[in-house]
Ligand binder design. Structure first.
Ligand code: ZN
Length: 447
C-alpha cells in the first residue's frame, strides 16, 4: 500500500500541475483498497462504479451509455481514444506533418486520438506506415503503453514478477515488472500475467484507475529506456523474485487429462481434483470446448491449465501445413474466446507428430512419460498401480476425462504420490521450474 499511495500522490500532483482539479472521492478510494486485497479482480460493484466514473469522464464510450462492455477486448484505436482523454497534449508544441498511417486517414474518426498517442510517443504503429486499426491489444501491449504514459510517476526501483513473465515479449517484460512492482497490475490468482491474452476493457481501465484514481490529464514524459529493467539482459542482473521458490528442490509431477471437455465426466474429474486441492492440465479439443464452454471456464476458474489438443482430434501428421495451423490456431482462438486464457502448449491427438508438423505447430509439444492406456478398459486398481509404481520426479501422467476408471483412480493416485513426497503441478509450472520449453520441440518429461 505504501507504494500505491506514493503513486497516487505523484499523480495527483501531476493533475494539479496540469490544471486539473483535486477532488478525492473517499468513498471510491475505499472501494479501490478493498479491490486491491483480492488477487486480480475487484467486486462487481466496485468494478462497475469504477467503469462508470471513467465513462462519465469521457474515457470509456458505450453505444447506449448503459453497457460498458467490461469483457470486450480493447482494439488499438480504442486504446488510442481512451489514452487521448488523459494525455495532456498541446498540439502547438509538435511540429508535424499529417500522420503517415495508411489505415488512419484525416477523415478517420480516430485521427485526432491516434495523433495524440503517436506524437507523444505512447503508441507506435504496428509498422511505420500502419497503425493497426481493428487489431486487439494484448495485456503486455497495455502494460507497455500505460507504463509510457505514467513512467515519470512510478517508482523505478520497485519491480515485481509473474510465473509466466518468461513468456512475455522482450520489449514488454520490463514494463510489466515495473507496473507489477508498483501495484498497478496484479495478474491472475495463479500468479500468471498471461501477457499474450487480449486485454479487456475492464482490465485496461482497472490498470488506468490504479495509476490515476481521479481522472485528469497527465503530461507524458517517456521513460529513459535505460531505466526499464530488461529481463532478457544479464548485465545488470535483473532483480526478479523467484515465483517458483516453493517448487524448487521438490519432486514434481503433472497430471494431464485429454480429450475433454465432457458434459458429465469432466466436472467429476474437477470435483476429485478440487477435493484434493490439486491442479492439473486439461488438453481439450476445440470442437468439444464449443459444445461445453461452461466446463472450459470452470477448468480455468479452478486454477487448472487449459491446453490445446487440436480442433477435431484427427492425426495431424497426414494433414497439409495449412490444416495443421488451422487445427491449432482455431483451437487456441476458441479456448481463449471461451475462457479468456490462451493455451501455451499443444498435445497432438494420439501423440502423432513428425518434424514438419512440430515445426508448424508454433507451440511447445507436450507428450507424456506415464501412460496406463486407461482408454483400453483398464480397472482403476490397474491404473493406480501402473502410475504410482512408475512415478518419478518430472513425469507427466496421461489420463482421459471420459474414462470412469481414471476418475476413480485420480484421488487414490494423488494420495499415494503425496505420501511419497510428490507435489502436483500444471505443465506450465513444470516447464517454468525446469528451464522452459521451446516452440516446435517435443517434451516427454521435465527432470
Ligand atoms: Zn486425445
Amino acid at each position: 500500500m505504501q507504494i500505491k499511495k506514493t503513486v497516487i500522490a505523484s499523480i495527483l500532483f501531476a493533475v494539479i500541475c496540469a490544471g486539473g482539479f483535486l477532488a478525492a472521492d473517499t468513498a471510491y478510494a475505499d472501494a479501490a483498497s478493498a479491490a486491491d486485497s483480492t488477487a486480480y479482480d475487484s467486486t462487481p460493484d466496485a468494478n462497475s462504479m469504477m467503469m462508470r466514473k471513467w465513462a462519465d469522464y469521457g474515457t470509456l464510450l458505450s453505444d447506449d451509455n448503459s453497457d460498458l462492455n467490461p469483457n470486450a477486448p480493447v482494439l488499438r484505436e480504442e486504446a488510442a481514444r481512451m489514452l487521448s482523454t488523459i494525455i495532456l497534449f498541446r498540439s502547438e508544441r509538435y511540429n508535424y506533418s499529417p500522420l503517415a498511417f495508411s489505415d488512419v486517414g484525416e477523415d478517420s474518426p480516430y485521427y485526432e486520438h491516434v495523433k495524440v498517442v503517436a506524437l507523444t510517443g505512447v503508441m507506435n504503429g504496428i509498422r511505420s506506415d500502419v497503425f493497426g486499426v481493428g487489431q486487439v491489444m494484448t495485456r503486455e501491449d497495455a502494460a507497455v503503453v500505460l507504463y509510457r504514459v505514467f513512467a515519470a510517476y512510478l517508482d523505478a526501483k520497485s519491480v515485481g514478477s509473474f510465473n509466466d513473465l518468461w513468456q512475455s515479449s522482450s520489449w514488454a517484460g520490463g514494463s510489466i515488472m515495473l507496473l507489477a512492482g508498483n501495484g498497478i497490475v496484479h495478474g491472475y490468482s495463479d500468479g500468471r500475467f498471461r501477457p499474450h491474452n487480449a486485454v479487456t476493457r475492464l482490465e485496461f481501465v482497472l490498470m488506468l484507475d490504479r495509476l490515476m484514481p481521479t481522472p485528469g490529464k497527465v503530461r507524458v514524459v517517456l521513460p529513459d529506456p535505460k531505466n526499464i529493467p530488461d529481463f532478457d539482459r544479464t548485465d545488470p542482473k535483473p532483480v526478479v523474485v523467484d515465483p517458483y521458490a516453493h517448487l524448487r528442490d521438490k519432486k514434481l509431477i503433472a497430471l494431464t487429462f485429454d480429450d475433454g471437455p465432457f458434459r458429465e465426466q469432466t466436472p467429476r474429474v474437477l470435483d476429485e481434483l478440487s477435493a484434493k486441492g490439486v491442479k492439473a492440465t486439461f488438453f481439450m479439443t476445440g470442437n468439444r470446448a464449443q459444445a461445453w464452454p461452461d466446463t472450459v471456464r470452470r477448468v480455468v476458474n479452478e486454477g487448472h491449465q487449459l491446453a490445446n489438443h487440436s480442433y477435431s482430434h484427427k492425426s495431424l501428421t497426414g494433414m497439409s501445413a495449412e490444416s495443421v495451423k488451422w487445427e491449432i490456431n482455431h483451437t487456441n482462438d476458441l479456448l481463449e474466446e471461451i475462457s479468456g486464457v490462451r493455451p501455451t502448449v499443444l498435445r497432438p491427438p494420439f501423440g502423432s507428430i513428425n518434424a514438419r508438423t512440430a515445426e508448424t505447430a508454433g507451440m511447445p509439444i507436450i507428450m507424456w512419460s506415464i501412460d496406463p492406456q486407461d482408454w483400453d478398459g483398464k480397472t482403476s486398481d490397474y491404473i493406480v498401480s501402473f502410475v504410482t509404481s512408475r512415478a518419478r520426479d518430472g513425469d507427466i501422467i496421461l489420463l482421459h476425462d471420459p474414462v470412469s476408471a481414471s476418475i476413480r483412480a485420480t484421488p487414490v493416485i494423488i494420495d499415494m504420490l503425496h505420501r511419497e513426497g510428490f507435489t502436483f503441478v500444471t505443465v506450465d509450472e513444470l516447464i517454468a521450474v525446469r528451464g522452459g520449453a521451446e516452440n516446435g520441440t517435443v517434451y516427454y518429461r521435465f527432470r
